[in-house]
Design a protein around this ligand. Structure first.
Ligand code: F6P
Length: 329
């Protein structure tokens, strides 16, 4: 959708689960806008900040030295109230009162659904930047934060492997990914895990036990099973206890990596991706584009309508699941 561009001042916010690289994206948005002679206002705490008018003026120095920092300097929140139209109307009124002509939303699919409603219902120009560790958004090869999160998970699993080997233990390591197995699958391949349980593939406990028994017959004394939080066996604790019932003599432990996957200094890849997408998002707004997410596909910038980015999840390559198992034999 194209608008006439008369944009003098833009807002930027981060919404949903934080992701490493969000700060780098904010920095790129602020610096690009200033370069183009446009004012920037930071909206604190995601869409909630629109309702409470939590606006801060952003200068070039406001984003100094944040490129290497995890989290988000603008803070983030999930804002279920936004499902109500009158709440969204209030948000748009706040923006108009603050003379904010367009918005850059950095977040995941939930944030883009809210952003899309602001465009469609009130004609507000909005451009999105995919920021989530889950990598589950269509229209970009990777989302900001994914690369850092998998590196964090890999280094944690490498450490757990030392203990697994030393004590002959099978570890069930739960990683994030409510609806998608990207973090689990990449971590499993990179750590040589014995199995990966992911939301996209039904968890078959009997089959998992048969793998574990086969591994033992081949004199493997320890193992790592990576479990995505959203797989259909109920998560690592539940899967481990079902396995223990079938294989009572196995020494089993569960580790949940949890929110360490969302924090930390962003990787080089995430910083570069965030910087490029931040730059492109501002330029897209200034060219009159709206209702779209800016992504990167095969090293090219791609604009994807919010509806499309949210409707389809980025799909894992199921062959990787098979390869992961083959390589751990
Ligand atoms: O969307 C990112 C994510 O980290 C998911 O992987 C996870 O399921 C969810 O957020 C956890 O959210 P919260 O921190 O709000 O419990």
């Amino acid at each position: 959708m194209k608008h006439k561009t008369n944009i003098r001042r833009i807002g930027v916010l981060t919404s949903g689960g934080d992701a490493p690289g969000m700060n780098a994206a904010i920095r790129a948005v602020v610096r690009t806008a200033i370069y183009e002679g446009v004012e920037v206002v930071g909206v604190m705490r995601g869409f909630s900040g629109l309702l409470n008018r939590q606006f801060i003026s952003m200068q070039s120095h406001s984003v100094s030295k944040i490129i290497s920092q995890g989290g988000t300097m603008l803070k983030s929140s999930r804002c279920p109230e936004f499902r109500e139209r009158e709440i969204r109307e209030r948000a748009v009124e706040s923006l108009r009162e603050a003379c904010i002509d367009g918005l850059v939303v950095i977040g995941g699919d939930g944030s883009f659904r809210a952003a899309n409603l602001l465009c469609n219902e009130f004609g507000l120009p909005v451009v999105g930047i995919p920021g989530t560790i889950d990598n589950d958004i269509c229209g970009t090869d990777t989302t900001i934060g994914f690369d850092t999160a998998i590196n964090t998970a890999v280094s944690a699993v490498d450490k757990i492997r030392d203990t697994a080997d030393s004590h002959n233990i099978i570890f069930f390591v739960e990683v994030m990914g409510r609806d998608s197995g990207f973090i689990a699958l990449n971590t499993a391949i990179a750590t040589g895990a014995e199995a990966a349980l992911i939301p996209e593939v039904h968890t078959d406990i009997e089959k998992l036990c048969s793998y574990m028994e086969r591994d033992r017959r081949k004199n493997k004394t320890s193992g790592i099973i990576i479990v995505a939080e959203g797989e259909d066996g109920g998560g690592a604790i539940s899967v481990a206890s079902k396995v223990k019932e079938i294989l009572p003599d196995y020494e089993i432990r569960v580790t949940t990596l949890g929110h360490i996957q969302r924090g930390g200094s962003p990787s080089c890849n995430d910083r570069v991706l965030a910087s490029l997408l931040g730059y492109e998002a501002v330029n897209a707004l200034l060219k009159g584009l709206s209702g779209i997410m800016v992504g990167q596909v095969k090293n090219e910038i791609r604009f994807t309508p919010f509806e499309e980015a949210c409707a389809n999840h980025n799909l894992i390559n199921k062959k990787w699941h098979e390869i992961s198992r083959i390589l751990s034999l």
